[in-house]
Design a protein around this ligand. Structure first.
Ligand SMILES: Nc1ncnc2c1ncn2[C@@H]1O[C@H](COP(=O)(O)OP(=O)(O)OP(=O)(O)O)[C@@H](O)[C@H]1O
Length: 247
């Protein structure tokens, strides 16, 4: 019997507009409906298909602007594909933007309760974990500070600590760790290893080869919005380095 997949992405595509003020051409306005294209639209991702088994650790690589964050947002259900399907059969803990969905004017304390609550944790469950979350983030002196007044490093600490405390089977980490200092990064790495040890599924976007090799067994290489290679992480890193030596 084959292992059930936790994520299935089938021919997914997503379009964005390059310029919100883009004007339609006369051809667009008067041309036949099928020929009409919206101004400045482009496919950020197209024809992307893959499945993920529970417990896999996947590194997503590619140059800037090739669709890595967009792919994570599809998996997190923050974006809906314009073509194809994305099915995720488990809860997702997304660390995909530094802001992590936190509310600027709420305090650190309220943001912890809000974010954890949105992921289905009860007040009691959050209370039981609250001190650990704050200890890990090392921001005990800022509990009543509005989130917007934290430094960018402190925001990353808080986001990482909260998101990795959620009891979701899938963890998405998008480069945010690059902002933290070295000792905090090491703490984060240990926590990611613990989570992998518990059998969680990881999607990890990084430009750091060492980190990719450390955590990931499989790689997805995105280039110009298409999935150029899906394979063992070393094959993916080598293919990327061959295409773009010196990057
Ligand atoms: N909401 C949006 N509206 C319009 N264009 C967008 C939007 N989000 C992303 N894009 C565009 O889609 C493309 C892919 O962006 P994405 O952030 O997924 O790239 P990336 O591979 O994660 O890049 P990086 O390594 O720089 O983080 C880029 O051209 C980007 O400008």
């Amino acid at each position: 019997m084959s292992t059930p997949s936790v994520i299935t992405v089938n021919n997914a595509g997503i379009r964005f507009r390059r310029n919100h003020k883009g004007r339609r051409s006369l051809k667009d306005l008067f041309g036949s409906k099928t020929r009409r294209s919206k101004p400045n639209e482009f496919w950020a991702l197209r024809n992307v298909s893959f499945t993920v088994a529970p417990g896999e650790a996947i590194g997503v690589v590619g140059r800037n602007g090739q669709g890595k964050s967009t792919l994570l947002k599809l998996v997190a259900n923050v974006l809906i594909p314009d073509e194809g399907h994305v099915q995720v059969h488990a809860g997702v803990a997304p660390l995909i933007e530094i802001t992590g969905g936190f509310v600027d004017d709420l305090t650190v304390r309220d943001n912890v309760y809000l974010t954890a609550g949105l992921h289905g944790m009860t007040r009691e469950q959050v209370a039981a974990k609250f001190d650990d979350i704050i200890d890990f983030a090392e921001i005990e002196d800022f509990l009543d500070t509005p989130y917007k007044h934290l430094s960018s490093g402190m925001k990353v600490r808080l986001a990482f600590s909260v998101v990795t405390s959620l009891e979701e089977p899938v963890l998405l980490v998008d480069e945010v760790l690059a902002v933290g200092d070295k000792s905090f990064r090491n703490k984060c790495y240990r926590r990611i290893e613990e989570m992998l040890g518990e059998g969680r599924t990881l999607f990890f976007v990084s430009h750091n080869e060492g980190d990719l090799k450390r955590f990931c067994t499989r790689g997805l290489y995105l280039d110009k919005g298409t999935l150029k290679l899906d394979g063992p992480i070393m094959d993916v890193i080598n293919a990327y380095n061959e295409d773009y030596p010196g990057l």
